[in-house]
Write a protein that binds this ligand. Structure first.
Ligand SMILES: Nc1ncnc2c1ncn2[C@@H]1O[C@H](COP(=O)(O)OP(=O)(O)OP(=O)(O)O)[C@@H](O)[C@H]1O
Length: 642
């Protein structure tokens, strides 16, 4: 893999001709700095102090000429700088693009690639140019000042050299620490960025699973870490200040204190003045721009370029990827959409489902047998709930009433886009109705804290929420610190022991992108199973599973103490349920599967039984029709639509 030093050296070697020309014009640029002290000394000693102001002015005019030559040098230097820097930037851009494309082709889509292309490459280009100018400026300005001082007199050069060398030595010693701090800063900045992106992109699932406080704490911890690193980085400013004080300012009092001694060495006041000019106009600014330039731009250059080269190499497959974000960071690209478009086509039918037809009763909503007495009480209650996505939108749900007793197993079916997920969101407290009330476990959802909601219900949405972190963190996410044997028992109950073993055990690191959509769903279901909530809402949460696995998991959830609401992906789910809620845009009907078949031709059509019941059953969510323009009337106790 190319290193920062390797790439920089190669770039400088390739542009050798331009660098020599740059050196030539840089020499012209520092002419005023090189001659300023000498010409000032002559102007004072042999002009003004000797009573010949004309001679003094002539020396100063020469200095003016040198300034003009210096200006031309500056002008040409900047033009040449572009010839050195732009090819470097192009080369870097090529590497980053190649890496990103190779990564994407290898299935490793990288959200940070855009930031690298648009931001970090430009940052490296700018800091590279700045660094070249700083180092060049220092070498020439410092060299010119040293030559000038030596041309005045060796003792003067000695008085200046001691503190300057002390300052430079201190800077050289502190540089590795500065690099380390800068690297720490960049890494923690990236960690914070990842945490924020993860939290924002996963906010729906975070809210749904009641993990808002936990994720807030986690992002807050990244912010605190970033603040700590920034404070440490700021302490390096003190070291830079000391360097400048030693190398840039100490020579001035040193020269003034040494003046009597210098005069005894038969140096005139003009020479001392000239030396002061070299220090204040040459050494001091050169050291200042070196220290500030290297500390700011140079460190950013080295650290950012290092990250870019490593990322490009890892995407190319030539080395490891940069370290994973710390757990529990969800990978932004990890959640695979599992909406009707991808899940509806999976098919499946009642005949293929072992549990088909065994759990439903017969009769209308009013005549249904009550749920087991031991679970009596209301698990879920909606009263006149109306919800629309915007103030001028048609309501998705309009005056919906629904009563789900504790221990019930309800399946919600309806055409795609009819409002099933919206209903799930309202029950989970993720969405809030414009009017009406929602109660879960006898308590209102409105006004409940995320923690209270998480204790009452768990919603597994279509996008299974699995994040980069250990298997354990993914499983005990809703009940942190669960003992292994509790997880073992739940996995065995859901038939997932084999999957956990295959994934490497509880301490194995999971990368969501390396899991299949079905595996992600099974992990999310295991997490939901372990949650303390009595109400489980599965919103097409099994759509990537084969019918047998889906039946096994749904059966297990139906047997779990509490209440189960399933937004169905296959008709087999409706056959397993105790009751079925049909949303169809004209009526919301609640009955058993058989009852709905008898009562509603729309239900027969939806589940694919046809008028004579000869058509094989199909997935229930594949019917694209939805009467959005007609508001959905009331639910289990049908009311007329407004
Ligand atoms: N965030 C939103 N903003 C505006 N409209 C939305 C939003 N989410 C859903 N809708 C609309 O609300 C209606 C109901 O959507 P919902 O997702 O609840 O349907 P669904 O029955 O779950 O569909 P599917 O079976 O395809 O998942 C749809 O017409 C949809 O376009």
């Amino acid at each position: 893999m190319t290193t920062v030093t390797g790439m920089t050296r190669a770039a400088l070697r390739d542009r050798r001709a331009q660098l020599w020309r740059l050196a030539g014009w840089s020499a012209a640029e520092v002419l005023p700095a090189a001659l300023s002290g000498l010409l000032t000394a002559h102007a004072v000693d042999s002009g003004f102090l000797a009573g010949r102001p004309g001679v003094g002015l002539a020396w100063l005019a020469l200095l003016g000429l040198a300034v003009l030559v210096g200006a031309a040098g500056t002008h040409r230097s900047y033009a040449l700088l572009g010839e050195v820097v732009e090819p470097f930037r192009d080369d870097l851009l090529r590497r980053v693009v190649r890496g990103a494309v190779a990564g994407a082709a290898g299935g490793r889509a990288d959200d940070a690639a855009v930031a690298r292309l648009t931001h970090q490459v430009e940052l490296v280009r700018d800091t590279y140019a700045g660094l070249l100018m700083v180092v060049r400026g220092f070498l020439f300005a410092f060299g010119a000042a040293v030559l000038g001082l030596l041309s005045l007199a060796a003792p003067v050069a000695l008085v200046v050299a001691v503190p300057v060398l002390a300052g430079l030595g201190l800077f050289a010693v502190a540089l590795p620490v500065m690099v380390a701090r800068q690297r720490e800063y960049v890494l923690s900045d990236e960690r914070l960025g990842r945490a924020v992106v993860t939290a924002v992109t996963g906010h729906r699932d975070v809210t749904a699973s009641g993990a808002r406080d936990r994720v807030t704490d986690w992002v807050g911890a990244s912010v605190d870490a970033q603040a700590r690193v920034e404070r440490r980085l700021a302490t390096m400013a003190a070291t830079r200040g000391l360097t400048l004080a030693l190398g840039g300012w100490l020579p001035v009092p040193a020269l003034l204190l040494a003046t009597p001694w210098l005069v005894r060495q038969e140096l005139g006041p003009g020479a001392v003045l000239g030396a002061l000019v070299y220090v204040t106009r040459g050494v001091q600014p050169a050291l200042h721009s070196l220290v500030q330039g290297v500390a700011a731009g140079g460190l950013r250059f080295a650290v950012t370029l290092d990250r870019l080269l490593k990322a490009a190499a890892s995407s190319d497959g030539t080395t490891d990827r940069p370290g994973p974000p710390p757990a529990p960071s969800a990978s932004p690209g990890a959640a695979v959409a599992c909406g009707s478009a991808s899940c509806g086509s999976a098919g499946g039918d009642a005949a293929a489902c072992p549990g088909a037809g065994t759990t439903v009763g017969r009769g209308s909503a009013g005549s249904l047998p009550p749920p087991p007495a031991s679970r009596a009480g209301s698990a879920l209650s909606l009263r006149a709930v109306t919800f629309r996505y915007g103030p001028h939108a048609d309501p998705v749900l309009d005056h919906l009433d629904l009563e789900v007793p504790a221990g019930d197993h309800l399946v919600i079916v309806g055409a795609s886009g009819i409002g099933k997920s919206t209903l799930a969101g309202l029950v989970a407290g993720v969405l809030h109705p414009q009017s009406g009330t929602v109660h879960v476990g006898g308590s209102p959802v409105a006004g409940a804290t995320p923690r209270q909601l998480a204790d009452r219900r768990v919603l597994i949405p279509q996008e299974a929420y699995v994040f980069t972190g250990t298997l354990r963190e993914n499983i005990d996410y809703l009940v942190p610190g669960l003992p292994d044997d509790a997880m073992d028992r739940a996995a065995a109950r859901l038939g997932l022991t084999g999957l956990l073993a295959r994934l490497g055990g509880y301490d194995a690191l999971l990368r969501p992108a390396d899991l299949s959509a079905g595996e992600r769903q099974q992990l999310a279901l295991l997490r939901a199973w372990l949650s303390p909530a009595a109400l489980v809402i599965l919103d097409e949460a099994t759509c990537h599973l084969d019918p047998a696995t889906e039946a096994r998991l749904e059966g297990a959830f139906a047997a779990r103490p509490g209440t189960l609401v399933v937004i169905a992906h296959r008709v087999s789910s409706a056959l397993r349920a105790r009751r079925v809620l049909l949303l169809d845009g004209r009526a919301a009907l609640l009955d058993t599967h058989q009852g709905l078949l008898a009562r509603s031709p729309a239900y027969g059509a939806l589940v694919g039984y046809g008028d004579q019941g000869t058509t094989p059953p199909e997935a229930v969510t594949t019917n694209p029709t939805r009467g959005r323009s007609a508001p959905l009337p009331s639910g289990s106790a049908p009311r007329s639509s407004p």
